[in-house]
Structures are given as C-alpha cells and as structure tokens.
Design a protein around this ligand. Structure first.
Ligand code: URA
Length: 303
C-alpha cells in the first residue's frame, strides 16, 4: 500500500474512532483522487446546503482529515450491509465519558442563547408564547435528544420535556438507557410553543433551525436522537409526508451540520408512545442502537 494511502487510511480510522464508531465500512473511492464536484453533487441535501466549515482549531474534531459528504454516507454505524466494493474494519471498543469526547472549539451555548434574545423571528412569538425554551442538560453531552417544540408545561416552566411526554422521555433515558437525565442534553426544533400544541409550520422551523444547528455544533455530541417526525425531517433535511418515519429508523444517519460531522438516530416521539404504547418496544430497539453505539451496557428493559 502506498505511504500516502496508508496515512490517509490511518487518519480516517482515527477520525472514525473519535466519532465513537465501533466499526465502519470504507469505500475505496475515499482514497481515490479527490473529485469535490462529484462529492457535492451526490451529498444529501442537508450536507449540500451546509455552509463551508470554519477553519478548524487544532485538535478539534473538524481538524480531522476531510471526508467528503458522499463518502460519509457510507459510514453505516448499525445494521446494514457494506457496499460490495467496500472493505470492512473493526475499531477497538473505547468507552467514553462526556469529558473524554474531543469537541470542536465552537461558540458557547450562552452566546447563542443571548443572540436568540426575546426572539420575534417567526409568528410563534405573538401566538401566546410565555417563555423561550432553549434547552437543558449537560453542556458537553455525548447524547442529545431533539424534540418538536415546547408544550404547555414546558412553556410555563421554560424547560424542555417536563410534562407527561417528558416523564416518559426521562424514563427512557434513566430506566431504559441507565443514564441520568442530567448527563444528556434535551432541546427542541422550535423554541416557542405552537398554539394548541400544533405541529410547527415550515416557516417557524426555518426561522429556528439555524439556532438548533449552532446549538448542536456547540454541544458536539457523539449522537443526536431525533424524537418524532418533525425533529427527524428538520435534522435530516428530508421531506415531511414522503414516507413513514419508520423508514428513517434503525440506522445512524451521518450528515454535516455547518461542516461538523453530526450523527442522527431517529425514534418515535414520547407523546406518540403515550398514545400507542405498543410502539414502546420499537422505541426500545432504537435506544439499544444508541446504547450499542455509545458502548453503554445494555440490560433487560422495562420501558
Ligand atoms: N414535546 C416536545 O416535542 N418537546 C417538549 O419539550 C415537550 C413535548
């Protein structure tokens, strides 16, 4: 193997290990002469629309070797066959704590919150909002949950997921995954309560999404769990109404958020699980994918 290729391969494996992946598939095209135009053309919409990465700080995750968005899609962290023309590698298990994850030097959450201010960027500010529910939890989490938008309880308390759905989410985190709620971070796609708990509209999501992206980049978790269709479509850049949420479950989606390599797992929204408890076993399968990915011990579930 040429020295140059061997170096690229070693750097790539370090990069993948930093993302916390246990195994990966490598597309030989990764090591072919770069053809950025082709890579951009075949990248997912979210990655294509992401602004170019800022100059990475030394030692930051984004200082890892560049990996074309199209190639990034070949990194399947869970079930799913390797491409016929790809090699398979196993990376040694490396359990991590929140503090051990290397993170990009990004703006602070408090700076993002200050810039959001008493937001009037969309109509939700004038539709009965009591508080802006920015997010809550560990400032350097390995895992972030993203919901749809605050409900009445959240609007009153200024905190995400504190009502009935929030209690179920807490059980999923604590009883299901064996983590403390304070070890993860929880936020929503829109930060203001939609009236009558309706689904946020496209213009409201569009106004809030840049703040969610900046928030996620600042948090730089190893894994993001999208709760329900609104969060899944907003994060993945997929079209609502085009196929069931189910089709997005069961695998980790790799994408770029402002040049930062985000990884997203989709599961059902806890409010949906309250309405249809039979789906809890499906949600538990999703949590097990997350736990396997984060190398958390999996125990028999009681969700
Ligand atoms: N549902 C959500 O999507 N978010 C919350 O914060 C509460 C309920």
């Amino acid at each position: 193997m040429k020295t140059e290729i061997r170096q690229s391969l070693a750097e790539y494996l370090r990069f993948v290990r930093d993302l916390g992946l246990e195994s990966t598939t490598l597309d030989p095209r990764l090591f072919a002469p770069a053809n950025p135009a082709a890579a951009v053309e075949s990248a997912p919409a979210a990655a294509r629309s992401a602004s170019p990465p800022a100059s990475p700080a030394p030692g930051s995750r984004s200082a890892s070797p560049p990996i074309a968005p199209a190639a990034r899609r070949t990194v399947a962290a869970s079930a799913g066959g390797a491409a016929a023309d790809a090699f398979s590698f196993s990376i040694p298990a490396m359990p991590k704590t929140n503090d051990q994850v290397s993170r990009p030097v990004a703006e602070s959450l408090s700076a993002i919150r200050s810039e959001l201010g008493e937001c009037t960027r969309c109509k939700l500010h004038a539709l009965g909002r009591h508080s802006i529910v920015f997010g809550d939890g560990h400032a350097q989490p390995r895992l972030v949950f993203v919901g749809e938008g605050p409900g009445a309880d959240e609007d009153q308390q200024g905190l995400p997921f504190v009502g009935r759905a929030g209690q179920l989410l807490t059980d999923m985190i604590e009883k299901g995954m064996g983590l403390a709620r304070s070890q993860v971070y929880i936020c929503n796609v829109v930060k203001c309560r939609p009236p009558d708990n309706r689904t946020p509209e496209a213009d409201e999501i569009a106004a809030c999404l840049p703040f969610l992206h900046r928030q996620l980049r600042a948090l730089a978790p190893e894994l993001i769990i999208a709760l329900g269709a609104t969060a899944a479509h907003a994060l993945l850049g997929t079209q609502p109404g085009r196929g069931p949420l189910n089709a997005l479950r069961g695998r980790i989606h790799a994408l770029a958020i402002s040049g930062w390599p985000a990884r997203v797992l989709v599961t059902y929204h806890p409010a949906y699980l309250l309405r249809d408890p039979r789906q809890k076993k499906e949600a538990w399968k999703d949590l097990q994918i997350a736990m396997h990915d984060l190398k958390l011990a999996i125990k028999p579930n009681s969700l």
